[in-house]
Design a protein. Structure first.
Length: 120
């Protein structure tokens, strides 16, 4: 474990880079990311966990720990190390819609769908 002066923590390989003042829960969370990397292998971990994590921390920080890849890290800790470890609730559709700037009216209405030409 390496303490950093950064405003965030992360895990890579067998090393946790922990922000100063971090609590035990954050340390466990980062260890969950180490477990993910061991499970996926480094290339997939970087693609499926590392990159999305950096993006969600940067662009949706208030919802970062509720993203699926972050919740999985916490679930791994709960299932394997600490049964009392907190796993944040999943995102709701309105939160997902807001993150991506999607409209309330995505897709077709039932009437528009029914009016579409049928495939032959």
């Amino acid at each position: 474990m390496i303490y950093t002066g950064w405003s965030s923590s992360f895990a890579f390989g067998n090393t946790i880079f922990l922000q100063r003042g971090a609590d035990e829960e954050l340390l466990k969370h980062e260890f969950g990311h180490i477990m993910q990397e061991r499970f996926l292998g480094t290339p997939l971990y970087l693609l499926l966990i590392g990159l999305p994590s950096v993006l969600s921390f940067t662009f949706a920080n208030d919802l970062h720990y509720r993203m699926p890849w972050e919740r999985w890290a916490d679930q791994l800790i709960r299932d394997n190390i600490d049964p009392d470890h907190d796993v944040p609730p999943p995102l709701t559709w309105p939160e997902v819609r807001d993150i991506f700037g999607l409209s309330d009216n995505i897709g077709l209405t039932q009437e528009e769908f029914r009016a579409m030409p049928k495939a032959k």
